[in-house]
Design a protein around this ligand. Sequence first.
Ligand code: PLP
Length: 448
Amino acid sequence: MSLLKSIPKIDRFINNKEFKGFSVSLITKISKDIITRLRNDILDKKVNSINEKDLIQTVLKEYADLTSPSLQSVINATGIIVHTNLGRSLINEESFNKAMKVATSYNNLEYDLEQGKRGERYSHIVKTLQALTGCEDAIVVNNNASAVFLILNTFSQNKEAVVSRGELVEIGGSFRVPEVMSQSGAILKEIGTTNKTHPRDYENAVNENTSILMKVHKSNYTIEGFTSEVPYEEVVKIAKEKNVIDYYDMGSGHMIDLPFNLDQVEPSILKIMQYKPSLLSFSGDKLLGSVQAGIIIGKKELIAKIKKNQLLRMLRVDKITLALLEDNLTSYLENNLDDIPTLKMLNTSITELEKRACLLKESIEDLCSCEVIQTQTLIGGGTTPNKKIPTVALSISYKDYKANRIEKLLRAQNLIIRIENDKVLIDFRSIKENQVLQIANIIRKVFN
Ligand SMILES: *Cc1c(COP(=O)(O)O)cnc(C)c1O
């Protein structure tokens, strides 16, 4: 039992000079926990000696674990631009500085500066969205999942919402269209079959309890072979004839045409707006290239009804989101597309990507073997399922290391790569222009 007696006294222990400069209260809390654990371990005979130096190191390690940021930046060398696990779209630094000014000072979030009275939180983005898309009105919520829920809850409680069976998708993170619909209070009216839905299916589904004809972007899967789906333009027409609401959950929703002919399969928001839809919703941080948000645009009287729904108060966005989103939308309005990192990455030419890959190759080829290759990648984030886009990657190998081993070593330095055919690829499609040197330094550090 003499071991118990040699447990350091907490008052003396926390005054150790190694703890100088650290928070006294946190050092005390951690030290108490560790000493309690030590006492239990001694009683359980798991410990048979005490080393105070080791105890100090344990305290310092726990202190560092608790206080260093868990959320940190990484380099995305996977080639997937809208990578949900890596935070989706990047925010332009200048936009962020503008948002910082708003967030670190009082602002006119709900204040009308001209009238000197209460203003509208959503007014800050409505004008821009009207000018950009020609919509009558707009509203922004926390994310597109909330937008879907809010719309169905507003218009389809105990009423039928008509959806094609081919569009009852599950999107990552357990967002399942049928379940979201039922939780919102809507009655799901499935039409068509998995592979084929016809205009007459929509027409025949409408009865006196129908509220909405809903179309859902398939996001993460495609069906091929004997298939047909009804284009949204058709759905809008049928909804008008039957006097019900049409609504398209576009998922990603890109504002303008995409490169690589992706538009033939994926019409843009601006193109869809030509059909004069009742309601559209899309994400803020997928191909729009802004912050996490769900944007709803459409007819004025419908948006007015959504604004009256009490749920909106729970799903509302804050000033930082609005400031970032406003700046993103203004970039579209002024056609400054290079100010939107997601679009800039998507539009970078193969020649330019190749140049960057060669630059990296030159700075590390004395250490490991590498080869610049042309390959393909996905955009990600449920944007354009199964549609690959061209890219350039540097394939690297080192001694007899397996790809998994290299991947793990690089990941420990926050460099996230892709493995393709057992090869480590550093894909330049999702790497920022100014990150090449940083990557070279990481690789030199890891292989030295
Ligand atoms: C991604 C997606 C959502 C969810 O959007 P979040 O902004 O992630 O909430 C909903 N519907 C579709 C079709 C999607 O692709």
